[in-house]
Design a protein. Structure first.
Lengths: 266, 268
């Protein structure tokens, strides 16, 4: 039996005539934290949506536990999604429900657990992210970092085998970033899950990832352990990892001759 | 940018009209599909009726104030205007019939639906549009929870249940407003006011038809509000446009449907 929980095989995806991914291959082994990195608009989040079966590939396939995602019917997709947890970029907490009810939501919707057990489980999940004391608050009363942690508690509510994180560090202060960073690693190890992180925050991602894929221009341009990539001489990887202003990804959006454009209205 | 060739401009205009037509037809189809799926996934709304009850509170109960106040004024104006005309023909005693029939047959269901679209419809569209913008619907889908069963269906049934009740309340309060103007203020005989109403308002052709109208308006207004929210582009501008569309489309649909339903009811 393969040790890979998720496999992306020769995947292409496009819309409105534009090909976003052109034959991508990735594997996500059991128990590992794997990161997908790349610039804005490189289709990282779309890859998560393809794994979750929210959209279908134009070519190739995504396999979760050996099942081809896009060939599943609605019930099959929902069955696969029960094994997944996802942390959205802005948390996506239900704003009309309290912190407690947000974490209890998947349990109430997908299980027949009695209220007393749901109560204990919610407090355990909130305790794991350090927010047991905030269970009565509403999402509007939480800071960005707290909201992300509550969303994390909700995502792990049913102990998923696969955790997906969409830009988990975006817009957080350094302390919250550090907290989320260590939580992702510790929860992955505690749950024995497989984590897929989509991010462009190099420092934090390299700290917790076991393996990293770089995506640019619709293909995997580089892959390896964080240490390998730090030492990489590939121009794109070097520019991305070290934050160089210019390189294969140009600073300027393609434009006409600067001087002649200035003179035109001069 | 306009082209100097008039033929190209004509073709571009026709192209634009065709594009808009196709878009309208697509939206109609998508709305019908959402309606069908809402009916299919409605089981949950009844199995867990507290979800529907919560929505009845926010759409129905929270609309009570605007419905009652509006009904009161509409009833009072009807009595004033009606008395002014009826007294010229010496039939001012028929004021009770005029007020009640106008309210039960037409104004009750129609004005309630228009107010409902403005108060509850916009709230539904904005709420669902924002849920989409903040990825709450995507989160639900990723949790293997169907947003149509969990979010759309309870709101749909809440609207369908609330509308006839609100329309009945509108008619009741309107009649009360008409009574206050006609009897204590103008001095129409109280006995004539109520007895003529009792004698001339028919349960089947007036009250039941009014209920049927408000049920149809309830389905139309709630479905339009839900679809607009569900279909809104996930941006601030998208949600704001969708909210405006809810009011415009609901109002026109209610007025159009009212004409169609009234025609059928008068023929049958």
């Amino acid at each position: 039996m393969t040790n890979n929980i998720v496999e992306i095989d020769n995947l292409s995806f496009g819309y409105k005539g534009r090909l976003l991914h052109k034959g991508i291959n990735m594997v996500f082994p059991r128990g590992k934290v794997v990161a997908i990195m790349g610039g804005s608009g490189s289709g990282k989040t779309t890859l998560l949506r393809l794994i979750g079966g929210q959209i279908k590939p134009s070519k190739g396939e995504v396999r979760v536990h050996g099942d081809v995602v896009h060939k599943q019917d609605r019930d099959g997709i929902f069955k696969l999604r029960r094994k997944m947890g996802m942390l959205f970029q802005q948390g996506a907490l239900f704003t009309d429900l309290s912190v407690y009810e947000n974490v209890a939501f998947p349990m109430r919707e997908l299980t027949d657990l009695p209220n007393s057990m749901i109560h204990d489980l919610v407090l355990m999940k909130l305790n794991a992210v350090g927010l047991r004391g905030a269970y009565t608050l509403m999402p509007a009363e939480l800071s960005g970092g707290m909201a992300r942690r509550v969303a994390l508690a909700r995502a792990i509510a049913l102990d998923p085998a696969i955790m997906m994180y969409d830009e988990p560090f975006a817009g957080l202060d350094p302390i919250s970033m550090g907290v989320i960073c260590s939580l992702i690693r510790s929860l992955n190890d505690a749950l024995g899950a497989t984590s897929i992180i989509v991010s462009h925050d190099v420092k934090e991602t390299f700290l917790i990832a076991d393996y990293v894929y770089f995506v640019a221009n619709g293909v995997v341009t580089a892959e390896g352990t964080p240490d390998d990539l730090m030492k990489s001489t590939l121009p794109f990887v070097h520019q991305f990892v070290h934050g160089d202003k210019d390189g294969p990804v140009p600073f300027h959006y393609p434009a006409g001759n600067y001087q002649s454009e200035l003179m035109k209205h001069g | 940018m306009t082209n100097s060739n008039p033929l190209i401009n004509i073709i571009k205009t026709l192209q634009g009209i065709g594009h808009r037509m196709v878009e309208r037809i697509w939206r109609l189809g998508a709305g019908a599909r959402l309606f069908f799926l809402t009916i299919v996934y409605s089981g949950e709304s009844f199995k867990r009726f507290h979800l529907t009850m919560r929505e009845i509170y926010s759409t129905g109960v929270m609309s009570l104030l605007i419905i009652i106040v509006s009904a009161f004024f509409v009833g009072m104006v009807l009595a004033l205007q009606g008395y002014n005309t009826l007294q010229k023909y010496g039939s001012s005693e028929a004021i009770g019939v005029l007020v009640s029939l106008s309210l039960v047959r037409e104004l009750g269901p129609v004005v309630t639906a228009l107010l409902f679209a403005g108060r509850a419809g916009t709230a539904i569209t904005a709420e669902i549009g924002l849920m989409k913008t903040t990825e709450q619907l995507s989160a639900m889908e990723m949790m293997a929870v169907n947003p149509i069963a969990r979010v759309v269906a309870p709101r749909f049934w809440a609207g369908v249940i609330s509308m006839p009740i609100l329309a009945a309340l509108f008619s009741m309060v309107g009649i009360l407003g008409g009574y206050i103007v006609a009897v204590p203020l103008i001095g129409v005989d109280e006995g004539a006011f109520w007895s003529q109403m009792q004698a001339n308002v028919d349960f089947q052709s007036d009250i039941v038809n009014g209920i049927i109208k408000s049920l149809v308006f309830g389905i139309a207004c709630t479905m339009i509000a839900l679809f607009e929210g569900f279909d809104a582009p996930p941006t601030a501008e998208g949600v704001s446009r969708a909210t405006t569309r809810t009011v415009v489309i609901s109002s026109l649909t209610v007025l159009g449907l009212d004409f169609v339903l009234t025609s059928f009811m008068l023929v049958i």
